[in-house]
Design a protein around this ligand. Sequence first.
Ligand code: MTE
Length: 338
Amino acid sequence: MPIKIKRGWELPDSAATSEDVFRSRRRLLKAAAAGPILLAAPGLLAGCDEAPSPSAQMAATGTSDAAGAADPSTSLYPVERNPRYVLDRDISPEDLATTYNNFYEFGSSKNIWKKAQDLPIRPWRVAITGMVETPMELDIDDLLGKMPLEERLYRHRCVEAWSMAVPWSGFPLKALVDLARPLGSAKYLKMVTFQNPEVAGGQKASWYPWPYVEGLTMAEATNELAFIATGLYGKPVPKQNGAPLRLAVPWKYGFKSVKSIVTFEFTDQRPRTFWEEIQASEYGFWANVNPNVPHPRWSQATERVLGQDQRLETQLYNGYGEFVAGLYAGLEGEKLFM
Ligand code: MTE
Protein backbone atom coordinates (compact mmCIF):
# COMPACT_ATOMS: atom_id res chain seq x y z
CA MET A 1 0.00 0.00 0.00
CA PRO A 2 1.54 3.32 -0.97
CA ILE A 3 2.07 5.57 2.02
CA LYS A 4 1.84 9.31 1.48
CA ILE A 5 4.54 10.95 3.55
CA LYS A 6 4.75 14.72 3.87
CA ARG A 7 8.36 15.72 3.35
CA GLY A 8 8.86 19.49 3.14
CA TRP A 9 12.42 19.38 1.87
CA GLU A 10 11.48 17.25 -1.11
CA LEU A 11 9.30 19.92 -2.62
CA PRO A 12 10.30 21.40 -5.94
CA ASP A 13 12.34 24.47 -5.17
CA SER A 14 9.62 26.69 -6.54
CA ALA A 15 7.33 25.41 -3.81
CA ALA A 16 9.83 25.02 -0.99
CA THR A 17 10.01 27.61 1.76
CA SER A 18 12.32 30.47 0.89
CA GLU A 19 14.06 31.97 3.87
CA ASP A 20 12.70 35.45 3.28
CA VAL A 21 9.20 34.00 3.36
CA PHE A 22 10.21 32.00 6.38
CA ARG A 23 11.55 35.09 8.11
CA SER A 24 8.43 37.09 7.52
CA ARG A 25 5.42 34.99 8.27
CA ARG A 26 3.24 37.98 8.97
CA ARG A 27 3.83 39.21 5.45
CA LEU A 28 3.06 35.75 4.16
CA LEU A 29 -0.14 35.47 6.17
CA LYS A 30 -1.30 38.81 4.84
CA ALA A 31 -0.57 37.66 1.32
CA ALA A 32 -2.27 34.35 1.96
CA ALA A 33 -5.33 36.15 3.24
CA ALA A 34 -5.46 37.95 -0.07
CA GLY A 35 -5.84 34.77 -2.07
CA PRO A 36 -6.16 31.03 -1.62
CA ILE A 37 -3.46 30.11 -4.13
CA LEU A 38 -0.61 30.89 -1.76
CA LEU A 39 -2.24 28.90 1.00
CA ALA A 40 -2.33 25.92 -1.26
CA ALA A 41 1.44 25.91 -1.83
CA PRO A 42 2.52 22.74 -0.05
CA GLY A 43 4.89 23.11 2.86
CA LEU A 44 4.75 26.89 2.78
CA LEU A 45 2.58 27.55 5.77
CA ALA A 46 3.19 24.20 7.38
CA GLY A 47 6.89 24.94 7.45
CA CYS A 48 6.79 28.55 8.60
CA ASP A 49 6.66 30.31 11.89
CA GLU A 50 7.32 33.78 13.27
CA ALA A 51 10.59 35.38 12.25
CA PRO A 52 12.91 34.99 15.25
CA SER A 53 12.87 37.88 17.73
CA PRO A 54 16.26 39.25 18.86
CA SER A 55 16.05 37.40 22.17
CA ALA A 56 14.96 34.21 20.47
CA GLN A 57 17.85 34.72 18.12
CA MET A 58 20.26 34.72 21.04
CA ALA A 59 18.92 31.33 22.03
CA ALA A 60 19.34 30.12 18.47
CA THR A 61 23.01 30.96 18.35
CA GLY A 62 23.93 31.03 22.01
CA THR A 63 25.93 28.51 23.93
CA SER A 64 23.77 27.62 26.89
CA ASP A 65 21.53 24.63 27.28
CA ALA A 66 17.71 24.78 27.42
CA ALA A 67 18.17 23.96 31.09
CA GLY A 68 20.64 26.86 31.36
CA ALA A 69 23.75 24.67 31.69
CA ALA A 70 26.78 26.04 29.89
CA ASP A 71 28.23 23.84 27.17
CA PRO A 72 31.58 22.62 28.54
CA SER A 73 33.14 22.81 25.09
CA THR A 74 32.50 26.57 24.74
CA SER A 75 36.03 27.45 25.82
CA LEU A 76 37.52 25.37 22.99
CA TYR A 77 36.31 27.83 20.35
CA PRO A 78 37.15 29.67 18.21
CA VAL A 79 39.83 27.44 16.71
CA GLU A 80 42.34 28.30 14.04
CA ARG A 81 41.04 28.40 10.49
CA ASN A 82 42.64 26.00 8.00
CA PRO A 83 43.38 28.25 4.99
CA ARG A 84 43.34 25.33 2.54
CA TYR A 85 39.55 25.39 2.17
CA VAL A 86 38.39 28.58 0.52
CA LEU A 87 34.99 29.83 -0.53
CA ASP A 88 33.91 31.40 -3.82
CA ARG A 89 31.13 33.32 -2.06
CA ASP A 90 30.37 35.15 1.17
CA ILE A 91 29.85 33.31 4.42
CA SER A 92 26.11 32.94 5.03
CA PRO A 93 24.57 35.07 7.78
CA GLU A 94 24.69 33.18 11.06
CA ASP A 95 21.08 33.95 11.89
CA LEU A 96 19.95 32.20 8.69
CA ALA A 97 22.21 29.17 8.97
CA THR A 98 21.04 28.59 12.53
CA THR A 99 17.31 29.13 12.04
CA TYR A 100 16.67 27.56 8.63
CA ASN A 101 17.34 23.88 9.22
CA ASN A 102 16.50 20.37 8.23
CA PHE A 103 16.32 18.13 11.29
CA TYR A 104 13.41 15.74 10.86
CA GLU A 105 13.76 14.42 14.38
CA PHE A 106 12.19 17.74 15.43
CA GLY A 107 9.68 18.08 12.60
CA SER A 108 9.56 18.45 8.85
CA SER A 109 9.55 22.24 8.71
CA LYS A 110 12.62 24.46 8.45
CA ASN A 111 11.73 26.14 11.71
CA ILE A 112 12.75 23.55 14.28
CA TRP A 113 15.51 25.44 16.07
CA LYS A 114 13.44 26.14 19.18
CA LYS A 115 12.26 22.56 19.48
CA ALA A 116 15.82 21.31 19.06
CA GLN A 117 16.82 23.13 22.26
CA ASP A 118 15.15 20.25 24.15
CA LEU A 119 17.88 17.86 23.06
CA PRO A 120 20.16 17.07 25.99
CA ILE A 121 23.74 17.11 24.73
CA ARG A 122 25.56 16.31 27.97
CA PRO A 123 26.35 13.63 28.88
CA TRP A 124 26.79 12.44 25.26
CA ARG A 125 28.36 9.08 24.60
CA VAL A 126 29.84 8.20 21.23
CA ALA A 127 30.15 4.48 20.39
CA ILE A 128 32.77 3.22 17.96
CA THR A 129 31.71 -0.28 17.04
CA GLY A 130 31.72 -3.05 14.45
CA MET A 131 34.81 -4.08 12.55
CA VAL A 132 37.42 -2.37 14.73
CA GLU A 133 40.31 -3.73 16.76
CA THR A 134 38.67 -2.71 20.04
CA PRO A 135 35.13 -1.33 20.23
CA MET A 136 34.95 1.71 22.49
CA GLU A 137 32.59 4.27 23.93
CA LEU A 138 33.77 7.80 24.60
CA ASP A 139 32.35 10.83 26.26
CA ILE A 140 32.06 13.70 23.75
CA ASP A 141 34.36 15.95 25.79
CA ASP A 142 37.02 13.23 26.00
CA LEU A 143 36.73 12.76 22.25
CA LEU A 144 37.09 16.51 21.67
CA GLY A 145 40.21 16.46 23.83
CA LYS A 146 41.80 13.83 21.59
CA MET A 147 40.95 15.38 18.23
CA PRO A 148 42.86 18.08 16.28
CA LEU A 149 40.33 20.93 16.12
CA GLU A 150 40.37 23.43 13.26
CA GLU A 151 37.95 25.68 11.40
CA ARG A 152 37.01 25.14 7.77
CA LEU A 153 34.92 27.24 5.42
CA TYR A 154 32.69 24.85 3.48
CA ARG A 155 29.84 25.19 1.04
CA HIS A 156 26.73 23.13 1.82
CA ARG A 157 24.30 22.21 -0.96
CA CYS A 158 20.93 20.75 0.03
CA VAL A 159 19.18 18.40 -2.37
CA GLU A 160 16.28 20.88 -2.20
CA ALA A 161 18.43 23.31 -4.23
CA TRP A 162 19.28 25.82 -1.51
CA SER A 163 22.80 26.30 -0.27
CA MET A 164 24.87 28.06 2.35
CA ALA A 165 28.54 28.63 3.13
CA VAL A 166 29.58 28.34 6.77
CA PRO A 167 32.60 28.16 9.07
CA TRP A 168 32.50 24.73 10.69
CA SER A 169 34.86 23.89 13.53
CA GLY A 170 35.72 20.30 14.23
CA PHE A 171 38.14 17.62 13.13
CA PRO A 172 38.84 15.50 10.05
CA LEU A 173 36.80 12.29 10.11
CA LYS A 174 40.07 10.50 9.31
CA ALA A 175 41.33 11.36 12.81
CA LEU A 176 38.39 9.45 14.28
CA VAL A 177 38.98 6.55 11.88
CA ASP A 178 42.61 6.42 13.00
CA LEU A 179 41.51 6.39 16.64
CA ALA A 180 39.02 3.59 15.89
CA ARG A 181 41.60 1.36 14.14
CA PRO A 182 39.17 -0.43 11.79
CA LEU A 183 39.95 -3.93 10.52
CA GLY A 184 41.20 -4.20 6.95
CA SER A 185 37.94 -5.93 6.06
CA ALA A 186 35.82 -2.87 6.94
CA LYS A 187 34.45 -1.27 3.77
CA TYR A 188 31.98 1.31 5.07
CA LEU A 189 31.46 3.65 7.97
CA LYS A 190 27.85 3.80 9.13
CA MET A 191 26.83 6.79 11.28
CA VAL A 192 23.68 6.87 13.39
CA THR A 193 21.80 9.75 15.05
CA PHE A 194 20.40 9.60 18.59
CA GLN A 195 16.97 8.04 19.17
CA ASN A 196 14.86 9.82 21.78
CA PRO A 197 11.21 10.41 20.80
CA GLU A 198 10.53 11.96 24.21
CA VAL A 199 12.48 15.08 23.24
CA ALA A 200 12.49 14.69 19.46
CA GLY A 201 8.80 14.63 18.61
CA GLY A 202 9.46 13.88 14.94
CA GLN A 203 10.65 10.44 15.96
CA LYS A 204 7.10 9.65 17.03
CA ALA A 205 6.22 9.61 13.32
CA SER A 206 6.40 5.86 12.86
CA TRP A 207 6.44 6.02 9.05
CA TYR A 208 10.04 7.25 9.12
CA PRO A 209 12.73 4.59 9.60
CA TRP A 210 14.32 6.05 12.75
CA PRO A 211 17.05 6.44 13.75
CA TYR A 212 18.59 8.53 10.95
CA VAL A 213 21.42 6.56 9.35
CA GLU A 214 24.06 7.63 6.87
CA GLY A 215 27.16 6.02 5.50
CA LEU A 216 30.36 6.53 3.56
CA THR A 217 32.84 4.18 1.96
CA MET A 218 36.14 3.96 3.82
CA ALA A 219 37.79 5.90 0.99
CA GLU A 220 35.20 8.69 1.38
CA ALA A 221 35.45 8.66 5.18
CA THR A 222 39.23 9.07 5.03
CA ASN A 223 39.18 11.69 2.27
CA GLU A 224 40.61 14.92 3.62
CA LEU A 225 37.34 16.80 3.08
CA ALA A 226 35.20 14.53 5.29
CA PHE A 227 34.82 16.49 8.50
CA ILE A 228 33.12 16.07 11.85
CA ALA A 229 31.70 19.43 12.83
CA THR A 230 31.50 20.22 16.52
CA GLY A 231 31.41 23.99 16.18
CA LEU A 232 29.88 26.64 13.95
CA TYR A 233 30.71 30.37 13.69
CA GLY A 234 33.42 29.99 16.31
CA LYS A 235 31.12 28.47 18.94
CA PRO A 236 29.90 24.98 19.79
CA VAL A 237 27.61 23.77 17.03
CA PRO A 238 24.00 24.71 17.91
CA LYS A 239 21.60 21.88 18.62
CA GLN A 240 19.52 22.61 15.53
CA ASN A 241 22.65 22.22 13.38
CA GLY A 242 23.51 18.81 14.86
CA ALA A 243 25.13 19.23 18.27
CA PRO A 244 27.30 17.93 19.67
CA LEU A 245 28.80 16.39 16.53
CA ARG A 246 27.66 16.04 12.93
CA LEU A 247 29.16 15.09 9.62
CA ALA A 248 30.08 17.68 6.95
CA VAL A 249 30.77 16.19 3.51
CA PRO A 250 30.50 19.25 1.27
CA TRP A 251 30.72 17.44 -2.08
CA LYS A 252 27.53 15.52 -1.34
CA TYR A 253 23.93 16.65 -0.95
CA GLY A 254 23.21 17.90 2.55
CA PHE A 255 21.19 14.87 3.62
CA LYS A 256 24.44 12.85 3.80
CA SER A 257 25.67 15.15 6.58
CA VAL A 258 24.07 13.29 9.46
CA LYS A 259 23.51 15.23 12.68
CA SER A 260 23.90 14.48 16.41
CA ILE A 261 25.79 11.22 15.90
CA VAL A 262 25.89 8.57 18.63
CA THR A 263 27.38 5.61 16.74
CA PHE A 264 30.19 5.14 14.26
CA GLU A 265 30.02 1.56 13.04
CA PHE A 266 32.60 0.03 10.71
CA THR A 267 31.07 -2.63 8.50
CA ASP A 268 31.55 -4.61 5.31
CA GLN A 269 27.88 -4.09 4.38
CA ARG A 270 26.79 -0.93 2.57
CA PRO A 271 24.44 0.83 5.00
CA ARG A 272 20.88 1.37 3.88
CA THR A 273 20.50 5.06 4.59
CA PHE A 274 17.51 6.94 6.01
CA TRP A 275 16.33 8.60 2.81
CA GLU A 276 17.23 5.62 0.64
CA GLU A 277 15.02 3.51 2.89
CA ILE A 278 12.15 5.96 2.43
CA GLN A 279 12.47 6.58 -1.32
CA ALA A 280 15.26 4.68 -3.08
CA SER A 281 14.16 5.97 -6.48
CA GLU A 282 15.00 9.54 -5.39
CA TYR A 283 17.78 9.28 -2.80
CA GLY A 284 20.72 6.94 -3.19
CA PHE A 285 23.82 6.07 -1.27
CA TRP A 286 26.29 8.22 -3.20
CA ALA A 287 24.39 11.51 -3.41
CA ASN A 288 27.21 13.44 -5.03
CA VAL A 289 26.19 16.95 -6.07
CA ASN A 290 25.69 17.01 -9.83
CA PRO A 291 23.93 19.80 -11.71
CA ASN A 292 23.49 17.54 -14.75
CA VAL A 293 21.41 14.91 -13.00
CA PRO A 294 18.05 16.36 -12.00
CA HIS A 295 16.23 15.09 -8.98
CA PRO A 296 13.29 13.11 -10.42
CA ARG A 297 11.02 16.02 -9.47
CA TRP A 298 13.15 19.14 -9.94
CA SER A 299 16.31 20.50 -11.54
CA GLN A 300 19.64 20.55 -9.72
CA ALA A 301 21.23 22.98 -12.20
CA THR A 302 21.09 26.03 -9.92
CA GLU A 303 20.82 26.82 -6.23
CA ARG A 304 19.39 29.56 -4.05
CA VAL A 305 22.02 30.80 -1.64
CA LEU A 306 20.63 31.58 1.83
CA GLY A 307 20.31 35.32 2.20
CA GLN A 308 20.71 36.11 -1.50
CA ASP A 309 18.15 36.77 -4.22
CA GLN A 310 20.28 35.54 -7.08
CA ARG A 311 20.57 31.87 -7.96
CA LEU A 312 24.04 30.45 -8.58
CA GLU A 313 24.94 27.65 -10.96
CA THR A 314 25.52 24.42 -9.09
CA GLN A 315 28.92 22.83 -9.65
CA LEU A 316 29.79 19.16 -10.04
CA TYR A 317 30.77 17.76 -6.63
CA ASN A 318 29.67 21.17 -5.33
CA GLY A 319 32.97 22.53 -6.66
CA TYR A 320 35.13 20.06 -4.72
CA GLY A 321 36.10 17.84 -7.69
CA GLU A 322 39.83 18.41 -7.20
CA PHE A 323 39.56 16.67 -3.82
CA VAL A 324 37.07 13.91 -4.54
CA ALA A 325 36.60 13.10 -8.25
CA GLY A 326 39.22 10.35 -7.99
CA LEU A 327 37.08 8.50 -5.45
CA TYR A 328 34.57 7.63 -8.15
CA ALA A 329 36.82 6.41 -10.95
CA GLY A 330 35.58 3.02 -12.09
CA LEU A 331 32.18 3.47 -10.46
CA GLU A 332 30.45 4.64 -13.63
CA GLY A 333 27.97 1.76 -13.44
CA GLU A 334 26.68 2.99 -10.07
CA LYS A 335 23.78 5.31 -9.54
CA LEU A 336 26.27 7.90 -8.41
CA PHE A 337 24.57 11.20 -8.04
CA MET A 338 21.29 10.73 -6.25
N1 MTE B 1 20.58 14.62 10.14
C1 MTE B 1 19.56 14.16 10.90
N2 MTE B 1 19.83 13.36 11.93
N3 MTE B 1 18.27 14.48 10.60
C2 MTE B 1 17.95 15.24 9.52
O1 MTE B 1 16.75 15.49 9.27
N4 MTE B 1 18.75 16.52 7.59
C3 MTE B 1 19.81 16.53 6.58
C4 MTE B 1 21.18 16.77 7.22
N5 MTE B 1 21.37 15.92 8.37
C5 MTE B 1 19.00 15.73 8.70
C6 MTE B 1 20.33 15.41 9.08
C7 MTE B 1 19.58 17.53 5.55
S1 MTE B 1 18.37 17.18 4.41
C8 MTE B 1 20.32 18.66 5.45
S2 MTE B 1 20.17 19.71 4.11
C9 MTE B 1 21.25 19.05 6.50
O2 MTE B 1 21.27 18.13 7.59
C10 MTE B 1 20.87 20.41 7.03
O3 MTE B 1 21.83 20.88 7.93
P1 MTE B 1 21.63 22.31 8.62
O4 MTE B 1 20.28 22.31 9.27
O5 MTE B 1 22.75 22.44 9.59
O6 MTE B 1 21.68 23.31 7.50
